[in-house]
Design a protein around this ligand. Structure first.
Ligand code: E4P
Length: 219
């Protein structure tokens, strides 16, 4: 399973990139809005200069018609060759996905909460689907079940080459579960990546190695 970082915060993207663990970035309107009023265009261009991999930028949250999404999608795609256009999972979004995909523009259909939504997005030509597992967990529906269903449905259909991006990841257990379920990608907030680096026994081990080393060799 590949790892993307789910943020528009440049500092966090740099840190994840320097660690060598991510190969893509996803953003959304809420994440872009947190970046102090910077335009999405500016933020996406800067991200593209840091990470050499798929970068999802979403159409405007207020754009709900296919025509509008297609026009914005074309502009997002022009920003950089690695750009992926994120489209909300609606009937209009599917229409936009079909047109953009036919033009060779990669689409990431987002806000997927059911297996049928993922199937429709794949049929419309999405390069990626983003099922949101954390938000399902929040309403007491096991998000991992959705990931498992989509993995199985896509594996059963040789026509589908859409990749599954497990999204709305809230903790390291989500990441492990998604990897075990067969998701192609997990898009992970940077604080969760940091949590994934840690284990109390690692810290205890480092401390003991340092103590033993210093006792014999000094600093
Ligand atoms: C997906 O690409 C979204 O950006 C994201 O994972 C949403 O996560 P949230 O539910 O934590 O907002």
């Amino acid at each position: 399973m590949k790892l993307f970082v789910d943020t528009a915060k440049i500092e966090d993207i740099r840190k994840a990139e320097e660690m060598g663990v991510i190969c893509g970035v996803t953003t959304n309107p809420s994440l872009i809005a947190k970046e102090g009023g910077r335009s999405q265009e500016d933020v996406l261009k800067e991200i593209a200069s840091i990470v050499d991999g798929p970068i999802s930028g979403e159409v405007k949250a207020t754009t709900v018609d296919a025509e509008g999404m297609i026009a914005e999608g074309r502009e997002i795609a022009k920003l950089h060759e690695n750009m992926v256009v994120k489209i909300p999972m609606t009937a209009e979004g599917l229409k936009a996905t079909k047109v953009l995909a036919s033009e060779g523009i990669k689409c990431n259909v987002t806000l997927i909460f059911s297996a049928n939504q993922a199937l429709l997005a794949a049929k419309a030509g999405a390069a990626y689907v983003s099922p949101f597992l954390g938000r399902l967990d929040d309403v007491s529906q096991p998000g991992i079940d959705l990931i498992e269903s989509i993995v199985e449905i896509f594996a059963n259909d040789p026509e589908i080459d859409t990749e599954i991006i497990a999204a709305s990841i809230r903790n390291p257990i989500h990441v492990t579960d998604c990897a075990m379920a067969g998701a192609d990608i997990a898009t992970v907030p940077y604080p969760v990546i940091e949590q994934m680096t840690k284990h109390p026994l690692t810290d205890i081990g480092i401390e003991k190695f340092q103590k033993d080393y210093i006792a014999v060799f000094g600093k």
